[in-house]
Design a protein around this ligand. Structure first.
Ligand code: 2NE
Length: 271
């Protein structure tokens, strides 16, 4: 792929595009791509760009280098109630990023080489698909380092791997290799490290051939199963979007603007 780096002034991440795909790379390999608040803010901006870029249909989230996808929150800037930004304010803003990935109407694919650990494991988890290299290692560390993610990191994990396995992953803080992750449904596919990007791009290109609206609604529908009223809102937002595109809805708008009664009788009541 002829990746074009988009210059948004990012320091902790790299944002690239090519052939309808946006690739967002966490670029802090010296700390196994751990995130600090600035990293999360830049990731949020990058996902915003990818969402609103009509040329982008699929998004890849990955980490720089072969050693890690992401090792979670940067423990060096962890304060008394969150991760400190350059002004000293402490955040847990990765939770906002998780929701942004979930509600992004385009498929998000985690491309994992090396460690996806702690909050980095949850980031791959909330992506729609995960393609793993054969050197990938997965796990949670919270109970070892004085942290936990009781949101998607717990409940969505349990939806994917089952309650017993989710408790094992969190309570014992073990690491699992790519084949183990595949066997418990944590990842979609495992490939040799050298083929990771080629294979991930192939999966993205196959999705790009399919109906964007169908993919969008399916993502919202699959989310709605887990996300309660927020999930229903997301799904229903797509129903409203589709309705707005119809002649029937546009008749209501036009009638208001033209100061006349709406002529809805011409629209069939479908069985
Ligand atoms: C990721 C892992 C397993 C890698 O091990 P290894 O042996 O390959 O590398 P090493 O030597 O541990 O790490 C290389 C350098 O990266 C730093 C290390 O301190 C080391 O630095 P130097 O000694 O070279 O100076 N590094 C790695 N991960 C870091 C991190 N998260 N923060 C700051 N520096 C980090 C191994 O490094 C590991 O287990 N890392 C810690 C994983 C972890 O516990 N993450 C936090 C979980 S809590 C969380 O993410 C979270 C949450 O639970 C809820 C809300 C928000 C965040």
């Amino acid at each position: 792929m002829d990746w074009q780096t988009q210059d948004y002034g990012f320091q902790d991440i790299v944002y690239q595009t090519a052939g309808g795909i946006a690739k967002i790379i966490i670029n802090r390999p010296e700390v196994r791509n751990a995130f600090r608040p600035q990293t999360i803010q830049e990731l949020q901006q990058a996902f915003h760009h990818a969402r609103y870029d009509e040329a982008v249909g699929v998004i890849i989230l990955t980490g720089a280098g072969d050693l890690a996808f992401c090792s979670g929150g940067d423990q060096r800037v962890r304060g008394e109630y969150g991760y400190a930004d350059s002004g000293g304010t402490q955040h847990l803003n990765v939770l906002d990023l998780q929701r942004q990935i979930r509600t992004c109407p385009k498929p998000v694919v985690a491309m994992v080489a090396g460690y996806a650990i702690g909050g980095g494991h949850v980031l791959h988890l909330v992506c729609d698909l995960t393609i793993a290299a054969d050197n990938a290692r997965f796990g949670q560390t919270g109970p070892k380092v004085g942290s936990f993610d009781g949101g998607y990191g717990a409940s969505y994990l349990a939806r994917i791997v089952g309650q017993k396995k989710a408790r094992e992953i969190w309570f014992l803080c073990r690491q699992y290799d790519a084949q183990q992750a595949l066997s418990m449904g944590l990842v979609n596919h495992v490939v040799p490290l050298a083929e990771l990007e080629k294979e991930t791009v192939a999966w993205c290109q196959q999705m790009l051939e399919n109906s964007p609206m169908a993919l969008r609604c399916l993502k919202a529908a699959l989310n709605a199963d887990c996300d309660g009223q927020a999930g229903l809102q997301e799904l229903a937002g797509n129903a409203t979007l589709l309705f707005y595109m119809s002649e029937e809805a546009q008749e209501g708008r036009d009638a208001f603007l033209e100061k006349r009664p709406p002529a809805f009788t011409k629209f069939k009541r479908k069985p």
